[in-house]
Design a protein around this ligand. Structure first.
Ligand code: SF4
Length: 406
């Protein structure tokens, strides 16, 4: 991982209301966008609360009509997280959203092009202490710029952002973050790299119109993850054609996986399964994920398909299960604490995970079933007799290699 690039810091929202710092040394934030009609106040708020619970830090709502702006006036005071109004085509709706009390704006320079309109919005945002995201999108690039650069090239995306920034500078407004999104991943990566060399404004990363998971997820993670690993990016949105809660969860998981945010919830690791598996690993992992996700348990949990290698492969996990011989071996920090019937594995896992959260690891380890380790060792030996050599017997392999090479 490269060191994070230094950017200036801004605040989306201000105390005592919801507020999130973006840029500088602020944690990289997760954004998402509601899919409800913004005029549907209760429906939009329900989605915002679900997004916040899934790890979304900042939410964007479209402000595409007068009714949407009126909806925002009722949504903003009840939202637990800052709200960004998404504006296209009509600069008057940006002014209406500011009036509604939103915490920030997103303007698309590709479709609000009159300098006087851009400047009037920037002046108003400056007076009210609102940041603006210059949201350049390869699919809706200003036609003049597209013509000048021969299409939506990285240079064209950056030029569009810099032209908007220059309009803002004319009215002494620089409370700005920038995005240069594209659905083409290499284009998006090149554009953000170039942008990060050009300006120190905080950058909002995204692969636009990535599509439904799993493909959309792969594209988003390829683009956003590559840039984050290079130290580029201050806030992210994974644009998936899916329930926005899913994209917020995925965004959060990406940041946690890269070590850029502390783990807030469950980290489920599961073996990929192989011919040695004694259970349907995919089903059991799914059951465990569903049972544990709702409880928001901040543990690393392993689901392993066999007891021969399971606990060894998942030694670093906080808690896990490994299946074998009709039983589930429940292990905590690599130590087998219980052996339960296979049908009770997931329930036992959930119960112990809850206990760890309430009482801590030491209490659970001290209360391990007497004989559980011995039982696990006996089951393992029995399986080895049936299935052959432990695939992790590295000492044996090394001895054989030495025999062969000496
Ligand atoms: S834990 Fe067992 S079943 Fe799972 S991949 Fe490893 S050897 Fe195969």
């Amino acid at each position: 991982m490269h060191q994070r690039r230094k950017t200036r810091k801004l605040s989306v929202g201000h105390p005592p209301g919801p507020n999130v710092a973006v840029g500088g040394d602020a944690p990289i934030s997760v954004q998402s966008m509601t899919t409800t009609k913004t005029a549907d106040v209760e429906g939009t708020l329900a989605q915002i609360y679900a997004l916040a619970a899934a790890g979304c830090d900042i939410v964007r709502c479209t402000c595409n009509e007068e009714e949407a702006a009126e909806g925002l006036a009722q949504i903003v005071p009840r939202s637990p997280i800052p709200i960004v109004a998404d504006i296209h085509f009509q600069h008057q709706l940006a002014l209406a959203a500011i009036e509604a009390g939103v915490h920030a704006l997103r303007l698309n320079p590709g479709n609000i092009r009159k300098p006087e309109h851009i400047k009037v919005v920037a002046r108003e945002a400056k007076d009210r202490g609102l940041p603006i995201r210059i949201g350049v999108n390869a699919g809706s690039l200003d036609p003049d710029i597209a013509k000048q650069f021969g299409g939506a090239t990285p240079e064209a995306l950056v030029a569009s952002a810099m032209r908007e920034l220059a309009y803002f500078a004319e009215v002494d407004f620089d409370d700005v973050k920038i995005s240069v999104k594209a659905s083409n991943v290499p284009l998006m990566i090149d554009a953000y790299r170039m942008l990060s060399e050009t300006t120190d404004h905080p950058l909002h990363l995204g692969v636009t119109e990535a599509g439904p998971p799993p493909n959309g997820l792969v594209k988003s993670v390829a683009g956003i993850g590559t840039l984050l690993a290079e130290g580029i990016g201050d806030t992210i949105r994974l644009s998936l054609t899916a329930d926005p809660v899913e994209e917020a969860r995925a965004g959060r998981t990406l940041l946690e996986a890269l070590g850029l945010r502390e783990r807030k919830g469950l980290d489920l690791i599961a073996c990929p399964s192989c011919g040695r598996a004694e259970i349907d690993v995919i089903r059991v992992a799914k059951e465990a994920q569903e049972a544990l996700t709702d409880r928001n348990i901040p543990l690393q949990v392993a689901v392993m398909g066999c007891i021969v290698n399971g606990p060894g492969e998942a030694r670093e996990a906080d808690i896990g299960i490994a299946a074998g011989r009709g039983k589930g071996h429940l292990f905590v920090k690599g130590k087998v604490v219980r052996v339960v019937p296979e049908s009770e594995m997931v329930a036992a896992l959930v119960a112990e995970a809850e206990r760890i959260v309430e009482e801590g690891f030491d209490a659970v380890l001290a209360d391990a079933d007497e004989g559980a380790e011995a039982q696990a060792a006996a089951d393992r030996d029995e399986l080895l007799q049936i299935q052959g050599t432990d695939v992790n017997s590295s000492a044996e392999k090394i001895a054989k290699i030495r025999d062969l090479t000496n």
